[in-house]
Design a protein around this ligand. Structure first.
Ligand SMILES: [Zn+2]
Length: 314
């Protein structure tokens, strides 16, 4: 964890993983429901395993409503020796608290700029990118407001953006349209979760806008099985798109969305399979190498050069 990011030193990078994901309001109101020690152990295990596969940096897009906590990230980074890159922004599919509902996008942007220029949560750790989201509800009025605020902070500070998208309802084109209207350089935008579809034409439509696409939910079979994710990745590589591809798992070392028994059911029903911070190294990359679509140069492009270029702009 660093106050300022020297993107030249990122090395092998996973661009989308969460060391912890939980609702900050529930966690603040009922802390006894959470076992901070167990959360830290799970994060250390996950990040430690990634480090053993050669990972030097993890980009963690946990924003507001995901329980962003740079103190926690810092503990994980210090104990594992893996750099963790933090963001600012709001992870909402529609809801906004009254605080932001009654303030405009420019004021919202000021909050993000503070995290980028001054530091997050009273620390000197600065946000290296901005996060926004659109999901099943589509680009609602509130989602649009968050996108405009993120865009304005990006334009003001030159900070890159990661936008969670949902291919099943084709949110991507409208998200990019808003960012473009605000003057964002789309070469600094990573559209997350494009790998949830195997519609290569849809993905190529987004690539044509100049963005990076995230094939970043390996292991979450409920959105798309790994086999189909691999076929999509292979086709994109064959078509020469390596320089705009990001591969990751969106793994959450712990997540409070489901009670433990529901989490077990997701695994036993195959909705989640081998979801971890190492799945891409253990299964995905060997499969892509076997197909002859991924060599050392392409690996370097996707896991070292693309994250560096996206974060640094150069
Ligand atoms: Zn995520």
């Amino acid at each position: 964890m660093q106050g300022s990011l020297d993107a030249g030193e990122l090395g092998v990078t996973l661009v989308h993983e969460h060391v912890r994901f939980r609702d900050e309001a529930v966690a603040a109101e009922w802390p006894d429901r959470y076992d901070e020690r167990a959360e830290l152990d799970a994060a250390l295990d996950a990040v430690g395993a990634a480090r053993e596969r050669g990972v030097q940096t993890i980009v963690d897009p946990t924003a507001m409503f995901g329980g962003r906590d740079v103190g926690f990230m810092k503990s994980v980074a210090e104990r594992t020796g893996v750099r963790i890159v933090a963001c600012t922004g709001i992870y909402s599919y529609d809801y906004l608290p009254h605080y932001f509902a009654n303030r405009d996008a420019d004021v919202m942007a000021e909050h993000f700029v503070h995290d980028i220029e001054q530091g997050i949560q009273g620390t000197p750790i600065r946000a290296a990118f901005l996060k926004c989201a659109a999901d099943a509800a589509g680009v609602t009025e509130n989602v649009e407001k968050i996108h405009r605020a993120v865009a304005r902070a990006s334009v003001q500070c030159g900070t890159p953006i990661m936008a969670h998208s949902m291919p099943a309802v084709a949110t991507g084109p409208r998200q990019l349209e808003i960012l473009e209207e605000e003057g964002v350089d789309l070469a600094r935008v990573q559209l997350a979760h494009c790998g949830d579809t195997d519609d290569v034409a849809y993905i190529e439509g987004l690539l044509a806008k100049g963005v990076y696409v995230g094939l970043d939910r390996y292991g979450l079979e409920m959105f798309l099985p790994s086999e189909k994710r691999n076929a999509t990745a292979a086709e994109l590589l064959r078509r020469g798109h390596a320089e705009q591809m990001m591969i990751s798992q969106d793994f959450c070392a712990t997540i409070d969305w489901f009670p433990p028994e529901a989490g077990e059911l997701l695994v036993s029903h195959g909705a989640i399979r081998n979801w971890s911070m190492t799945l891409v190294f253990d299964e995905v990359l060997p499969a892509l190498r076997e197909q002859g679509v991924l060599d050392d140069a392409a690996f370097q492009t996707i896991f070292v050069e693309n994250p560096r270029r996206w974060l640094s702009g150069g």
